[in-house]
Structure formats: structure tokens, C-alpha cells
Write a protein of this length. Structure first.
Length: 104
């Protein structure tokens, strides 16, 4: 993670159960809390606004990672369906043009 050598303190009151889970996991894996939190902030900043809003919404459950992946995949599937629909419509137009060509 890039840094310019300066640091600022950020704090927030969080649910105690969430903090305990975080501390247990970070400590259990041998990571530094500061680096894990910085990584989480970097991840947050890299998310598109729609995904940030989804993560904060009531739609997102406790398994945030799985819910984020489902959100991303569902959006990708919707985009693919849209492209397929556009191409299908183009193919139908082309087919109609071909069928309307007079044959001798």
C-alpha cells in the first residue's frame, strides 16, 4: 500500500463483537491491525460507488465478501444478457434483410 510517510489517526465506535472478531482474526494470522485496517480502507476506496452503497445497505448480509461477489456477478450477468439481447436483435434485423432479398 502506498504511503507518503505521514499518518493520520482515524477512529470510530464499532460493534464490540465485530471488533473482537477482527482482532482475533488479525492476531491469529499474525498481521498488524494498522496494516489490516489500511488494507480495508484501500479496498473501500477502490470500490465503485454502487458497490459501496450496496455494502452499506440492508441487502448486504453478514458474509459481506460473498454478498459483494454475488452483487458483482449478478451485475455482470445482467450486462451479458443485455449484450446478448442487443446482438440477437441485430441478428433478427439482418435475417429479415437477407430474407427480403429477391431470388431469381
Amino acid at each position: 500500500m502506498p504511503g507518503n510517510g505521514s499518518a493520520k489517526v482515524i477512529s470510530a465506535e464499532l460493534d464490540s463483537e465485530l471488533v473482537v472478531k477482527f482482532c482475533n482474526q488479525v492476531d491469529g494470522r499474525g498481521f498488524k491491525k494498522k496494516r489490516a485496517l489500511a488494507g480495508a480502507v484501500e479496498l473501500w476506496l477502490s470500490l465503485p460507488p454502487s458497490l459501496q452503497a450496496y455494502v452499506l445497505s440492508d441487502e448486504c448480509g453478514e458474509d459481506v465478501f460473498a454478498d459483494m461477489m454475488n452483487y458483482i456477478l449478478n451485475n455482470q450477468i445482467d450486462q451479458i444478457r443485455e449484450r446478448i439481447g442487443d446482438r440477437l436483435a441485430e441478428s433478427r434485423v439482418h435475417l429479415q434483410q437477407v430474407e427480403s432479398i429477391p431470388t431469381s
